[in-house]
Design a binder for this molecule. Structure first.
Ligand code: OSB
Ligand code: MG
Length: 368
């Protein structure tokens, strides 16, 4: 397994309730197998602010705990989660391994991620996640540009003090465009009255208003607001999804493969939600073209009935590390090639690589 850290600048700062991001520090994996190579992207952020995972920690746990359990074994992607189960948590690190192995496996047998997941469409509807802005005027300018580009849904990041007014302004300016908000856990149940003030604006959903572990509080909140509650951070597995649905904590679920430990667990969340009549949509973690390829493929599954945070490459990066994903009529095409179906621009990748190490066999001898 080759591990690599790359640095990429975002085209614009992205502010959420947990901070401002201007650059990305991304951990990529390349599985080197006897049947060819495969790529994985770890979605852990630079700091442990969205979830407990962060990129330095992910790198450490991969090298010290996860990869040593896997070397010198005959592996299929489906074997990885059971082998790694004794290590608690670290879903994003585990997901990156599974993704790289799945890509290698599917490339070797000439099957695309879309085919593997049972894609029912060739293109997926795309939304865009809009950060907190310094002023309403600047927010309206950003949203206007995305609407112009054809995005099919706008998501506004909110936090206490930046909620009703930006939503009202966007509704007034852009009419009945599909609109939703994401609080990234910034509220508490005692803010129910404030969150209910969003009800008149006909939002598709309020994403993760309360902390990750407060699933019951989300169920209580759901009784006090009319807007559907959607969970992101709280949904860490198919079991967590089942429990949240059972409790009445959410009517919609955001699926992020990294957050639940990989694409195979994400498929379980999709299938469970489909059986329970809960619509899902594909979340995003500002992925490069590698992660985006997998996410767009999964978003072509039947129960992904709401537009995802699968935006075009140019919403994030001036230059992507794969061929860019380009918006056509508010949609992205599902890659058709084997595996992820994208190819990495090696020259560009090497030029932005800050660190690289190849690990193999028991004992983890670095080979480069
Ligand atoms: O909560 O959905 C989120 C980005 C980083 C971490 C968490 C989230 C987000 C986004 C951006 O909203 C989604 C994207 O376009 O990738
Ligand atoms: Mg979210």
């Amino acid at each position: 397994m080759e591990l690599r850290r790359i640095s990429l600048s975002l085209v614009a700062p992205f502010e959420t309730s947990f901070g401002v991001q201007t650059d990305r520090d991304v951990l990529l994996l390349k599985a080197l197998t006897d049947r060819g190579e495969g790529w994985g992207e770890c979605v852990a952020g630079e700091d442990p602010l969205y979830s407990p995972e962060y990129v330095d920690g992910a790198q450490q746990v991969l090298i010290q705990h996860l990869l040593p359990a896997l070397f010198e074994r005959d592996l299929s992607a489906a074997d990885i989660e059971p082998i790694l189960r004794p290590v608690h948590g670290h879903h994003m690190a585990k997901a990156a391994i599974e993704m790289a192995v799945l890509d290698a496996e599917l490339r070797a047998r000439g099957e695309s991620f879309g085919k593997f997941f049972g894609a029912v469409r060739d293109e997926v509807d795309c939304g865009v996640s809009v950060g907190i802005h310094p002023s309403i005027a600047e927010l309206l300018e950003t949203v206007g540009a995305y609407v112009e580009q054809g995005y099919r849904r706008i998501k506004l990041k909110i936090r206490p003090g930046w909620d009703v007014e930006p939503v009202r302004a966007v509704r007034e300016r852009f009419g009945n465009i599909p609109l939703q908000v994401d609080a990234n856990t910034a509220y508490s149940l005692s803010d129910a009255e404030q969150l209910a003030k969003l009800d008149p604006f006909d939002l598709l959903l309020i994403e993760q208003p309360l902390p990750e572990e407060q699933v019951l509080a989300h169920a209580k909140l759901a009784k006090r607001v009319r807007t559907p509650i959607c969970l992101d951070e709280s949904i860490t597995s198919a079991q967590a999804a089942e429990d949240a649905i059972e409790l009445g904590a959410c009517r919609v679920i955001n699926i992020k493969p990294g957050r639940v430990g990989g694409y195979l667990e994400a498929r379980k969340v999709h299938d469970l939600c489909k059986a329970r009549g809960i619509p899902v949509w594909m979340g995003g973690m500002l992925e490069t073209g590698i992660g985006r390829a997998g996410n767009v493929a999964m978003a072509a599954m039947p129960n992904f009935t709401l537009p995802g945070d699968t935006s075009a490459s140019d919403r994030y990066y001036r230059r992507d590390i794969t061929e860019p994903f380009v918006l056509h009529d508010g949609r992205l095409k599902v890659p058709k090639g084997a595996g992820l179906g994208v190819s990495v621009d090696h020259e560009f990748l090497d030029s932005i690589t800050q660190w690289k190490q190849t690990l193999m066999t028991a004992g983890l001898r670095p080979v480069s």
